[in-house]
Design a binder for this molecule. Structure first.
Ligand SMILES: *Cc1c(COP(=O)(O)O)cnc(C)c1O
Length: 392
């Protein structure tokens, strides 16, 4: 497995499309990351916090009643929803803050859309006593007031961004601006397998614990490899986290589920791997929702965490070499998925994870009898109950 190459390329995707001033910074970060990924003391400390603070390993749970209903499919759920702060995001923020600490940084910044990455970042900043500023679009601040309150409670400052569409992509621009200005003491925590090299490979590395554990747990339960892996794709970190350990296991089919929003044939979706074209966003090249002038389009999904117009470059690569298949599930199908898991297993999944669940019935129709699937249950749904209570 040689990807990415030393320039951070996954074939033509990835790379480092940033202003000159950021180049030395990213080179520094890359050097530290390359050293620490092989550093036993660092790895020990990371494992310690994953286990003692976040709650790893997470269970691989056989969903019996759900499987019975689907008939052809035996479904195992990788329970990232059980982690501290309620999703897989804590795996990555713990990893990055430990790097920040080793680099001697005293201030953390991040951008957030729905607020989930902001909360996970504010959490680890509090844990290590570092100052934390979170950039968030003014529009998103209105829509996600509970998460704004959480971040403030955790001691972070939430900086409203009023430029452009006042959402995630504008918050990303502001965070990068801040980083360039304050690089001496500041570390930028990116929330998915996106951004300029080395972020995509670094975040993949921190999230790949999901697949490593799942592989071991599945082997213990079934004495073989699973037939399918299934996960939702926003920026792509929980899915890549699950997929990566199985890359060389050619018989394991990987399916990433994007958000089709109101439909793939409307402009209201978040499905760049299904409907995007290659372009540059947030410092790297990947599939992207953009208009004919190359202007980035505003994405839509009922799941705030999938509402992102780009996707991590490694997914564009997996799609190109056909290592993974990328499908899309719309808002209604995701709600049906959420209800299905609630009623069969007593688990309320996050709206994002509900997109993966929402694809299971279609997968059951195409799967051979006695097939097995691991679904990444990326987060819990408590945060979504308020916003969907009028729909259900
Ligand atoms: C943020 C989030 C996602 C989407 O991000 P990825 O990087 O694609 O994993 C999915 N599920 C949950 C619960 C999230 O919070």
């Amino acid at each position: 497995m040689t990807k990415p190459d030393k320039f951070g390329h996954f074939d033509e995707f990835g790379g480092r499309y940033v202003p000159e001033t950021l180049m030395t910074l990213l080179a520094d970060l890359e050097r530290v990351f390359v050293r620490l990924r092989k550093d036993a003391a660092f790895q020990r400390e990371f494992r310690f916090y994953l286990q003692e603070y976040a709650g790893r390993p997470t269970n691989l749970y056989l969903a019996k009643r759900l499987s019975a209903q689907l008939k052809t499919l035996k479904v195992y759920l990788k329970r990232e929803d059980l982690l501290h702060t309620g999703s897989h995001k804590i795996n990555n923020t713990l990893g990055q803050i430990l790097i920040a600490k080793r680099m001697g940084k005293t201030r953390i910044i991040a951008e957030t859309g729905a607020g989930q990455h902001g909360v996970a970042t504010a959490t680890v900043a509090a844990l290590f006593g570092l100052r934390c500023d979170i950039y968030m679009g003014a529009e998103d601040i209105e829509r996600q007031s509970l998460n704004v309150y959480r971040m403030k409670l955790l001691g972070a400052r939430v900086v409203p961004v009023t430029s452009g569409s006042k959402t995630l992509k504008d918050a990303m621009n502001e965070a990068i601006r801040d980083w360039v200005t304050n690089v001496a003491n500041t570390f930028y925590v990116i929330g998915s397998v996106a951004g300029p090299h080395p972020y995509p490979v670094m975040v993949r590395e921190f999230q790949s614990v999901i697949g490593q554990e799942a592989k071991r747990q599945f082997a213990q339960a079934e004495k073989r490899l699973p037939d399918y892996l299934l996960a939702c794709v926003g920026g792509g970190s929980n899915s890549m986290g699950l997929f990566h350990a199985f890359f060389s296991d050619k018989n394991v089919k990987m399916i990433g589920v994007e958000a089709a929003g109101l439909g793939l044939d409307t402009l209201k979706h978040s499905a760049p791997l299904n409907r995007g074209t290659a372009g540059v966003l947030h410092g790297s090249k990947s599939d992207l929702l953009q208009d004919s002038d190359g202007q980035v389009r505003v994405a839509h999904s009922i799941a705030a965490g999938l509402d992102y117009p780009g996707v991590g470059p490694e997914h564009s690569y997996y799609k190109k070499i056909k290592r993974a298949e990328y499908v899309a599930v719309d808002d209604k199908e995701a709600i049906a998925g959420m209800k299905l898991l609630c009623k069969t297993e007593g688990i309320i999944p996050a709206m994002e994870s509900s997109h993966a669940i929402g694809y299971l019935e279609k997968l059951a129709k195409r799967a051979k009898k006695n097939s097995t699937v691991i679904v990444c249950l990326s987060g819990r749904g408590d945060k979504d109950v308020q916003s969907i209570k009028d729909i259900i």
